[in-house]
Ligand binder design. Structure first.
Ligand SMILES: C[S@@+](CC[C@H](N)C(=O)[O-])C[C@H]1O[C@@H](n2cnc3c(N)ncnc32)[C@H](O)[C@@H]1O
Length: 359
């Protein structure tokens, strides 16, 4: 091979690799390139250890049930998955029903805007996003409502990602993000005009702890809406297949234990809320939320090749392949949970903190 052919071939390979990793393998407005995958706030040489440690929690299930261990366990999980979520899924870390004629991004936004419409807040008012991720919902909600949104997440790395996205979107004057535990929030009593949480309170070991905190920081008369991950009325604890699916979801999503849909209003009432409305948004006439996961199988294999190459050549930290594989297995459990109807990630509950004179 002469030198001209060699240079041309090498350039083609390098160009193709760049395109595969940075263009094809990157995001429709996701904010992360494959070449930037990291372990969040974890040093790159400790990613594999942290992944192993994450799994070791499940060898001692009693340990994760202890309230004090759960936030650290959830924090580790989000260090491991945040970049992969952003790269492979987007800036909103939740599901939404498919809508005919709408893209995934549009359906996601509609699902988020519905949350703020339900809590009936006005422009300029202050609302809380409990468990805000990297702030996809927060930005859609701030832009739609004109409210000031304060998000809280347990994960420091997500705070930096959310702040960078807020600035880039020109929404940092409306959106603020705090690193903290929603089981003991650093906010004053009666200080928010409304609150929402999207697929986040499922990480609380005891729902009453996070609902109690949200109740405390809301002004009397204010509304709170949550999209809860639950097992539905179709779930049977004596069916081994149901148990396998639900355990698979818990293990691959850092959940201390999924709750039954029927427990949610009971806990809400116990901490003092009035239940205004409750609806499983996954049920017909909604279109399935899990089709996006099933259609993502091809993208998964493409991404998995990218991850294997990047970890092998030392661009992505060791452990990234394992984390990516864990998420793929979990996607399968989630799809099975959706298809069988035993699991919903969007059991909506709208709650009101009573006005003082009513309580
Ligand atoms: C599935 S993500 C959803 C994020 C966001 N709501 C969205 O839809 O994009 C769950 C979020 O809950 C947060 N979270 C879990 N446990 C928490 C805790 N104890 N305190 C604060 N945030 C927590 C995680 O850090 C993560 O940001």
């Amino acid at each position: 091979m002469d030198s001209v052919t060699l240079v041309c071939t090498a350039s083609l390979i390098a160009g193709g690799l760049y395109w595969f990793v940075c263009v094809f393998g990157s995001a429709e407005r996701k904010g992360k390139h494959a070449s930037q995958l990291s372990g969040g706030s974890i040093d790159r040489e400790k990613v594999q250890d942290n992944y192993n440690q994450y799994w070791s929690f499940f060898k001692k299930p009693k340990q994760i049930e202890k309230t004090e261990n759960v936030p650290a366990f959830v924090d580790t999980f989000y260090n491991l998955v945040t970049d992969i979520y952003e790269w492979g899924w987007g800036q909103s870390f939740h599901f939404s029903p498919a809508i005919d004629g709408k893209s995934n991004l549009e359906s996601t936004k509609i699902h988020e805007q519905m949350a703020v419409d339900l809590i009936k807040v006005k422009p300029g008012q202050k609302i809380l996003d409990a468990g805000c991720g990297v702030g996809g919902p927060m930005r859609a909600i701030a832009a739609h409502s004109g409210c000031n949104v304060v998000g809280i997440t347990i994960n420091e790395y997500q705070v930096s990602r959310a702040k960078a996205h807020n600035k880039k979107a020109g929404l940092d004057h409306l959106c603020d993000v705090v690193c903290g535990n929603f089981l003991e929030m650093p906010f004053e009593d009666n200080s928010f005009d409304g609150a929402y949480s999207i697929e986040a309170t499922c990480h609380a070991p005891k729902l009453e702890d996070v609902y109690g905190e949200i109740f405390r920081v809301l002004k009397p008369g204010a509304l709170y809406v949550s999209y809860e991950w639950v097992t539905t009325e179709l779930y049977r604890g004596d069916d081994p297949e149901h148990v396998e699916v639900i355990q698979g979801i818990e293990r691959g999503d850092a959940l201390p234990g999924l709750r039954s849909y029927s427990d949610i209003p009971e806990v809400a009432k116990k901490v003092g809320f009035e239940v205004v409305k409750e609806l499983d948004l996954a049920k017909p006439p909604s279109k399935p939320w899990w089709t996006r996961l099933k259609m993502g199988r091809v993208a998964y294999w493409r991404n998995h090749i990218v991850v294997m190459v990047l970890e092998t050549i030392g661009v992505a930290p060791k452990g990234t392949i394992d984390v990516h594989q864990m998420l793929f297995k979990t996607a399968d459990y989630l799809s099975r949970g959706g298809e069988t109807g035993i699991f919903s990630p969007m059991h909506m509950i709208l709650l009101k903190k009573p006005k003082q004179e009513e309580s």
